[in-house]
Design a protein around this ligand. Sequence first.
Ligand code: ARG
Length: 232
Amino acid sequence: AEESQNAGKDTLVMATNATFPPYEYVDGEEYKGIDIEISQAIADDLGMKLQVDDMDFDSIIPAITTGKADMSLAGMTVTEDRKKNVNFSDSYATGVQVIIVPEDSDITGPDDLSDKLIGVQQGTTGDIYCSDTPENGGYGEDHVVAYQNGASAVQALKTGKVDAVVIDNEPAKAFVAENEGLKILDTEYITEDYAIAIAKDNTELLDKVNASLAKLKADGTVQSIIDKYIKA
Ligand code: ARG
């Protein structure tokens, strides 16, 4: 039999992109947020140490598939395409894509974006949906400008380089709170499930993480972490 991948390993390496408040962000010298705390709770439950590796969002799946990281919590949406490369745990949170515009914008919803320029974070579902062809509900690549993180997309919006930003609802709230003159439009986009990405061949870790997650959901830990960062 194969040697267990995690045998003798006492550190759980967690890949994330800490530009996504309130899920993960840098506060001074510290990583903070829902995903950081849930990762820590999982590591504690498994009797392991946690190491957080901060990287570009679109480097996360490659880091998982090449074994540089064991798991990722990054507000990452479960998609059929990503499932071709990684396994996902049970979901622990949800998100919705929203549209941020300047307060005085004439954009009132998704239908108004077809002749506009949209800022997104590179490699995110917002990027993927918006870059898709109009037949598939997108606006086409020519209408999308991808930035390394959401904050840069929001800065581009403030300086008029793009007309709107499409991003997950909770980071959207955080960015709008930090920047004057912006608002979030109500959208009818569907709810996305956030889950933990793990290498396809590491089903042992997947099973352990799902067991931990079930425990941490049942005893209220996951909800209390979420409530700490997201005020109803
Ligand atoms: N939920 C979106 C996705 O999966 C955005 C996630 C971005 N996460 C981050 N840590 N920057 O594509």
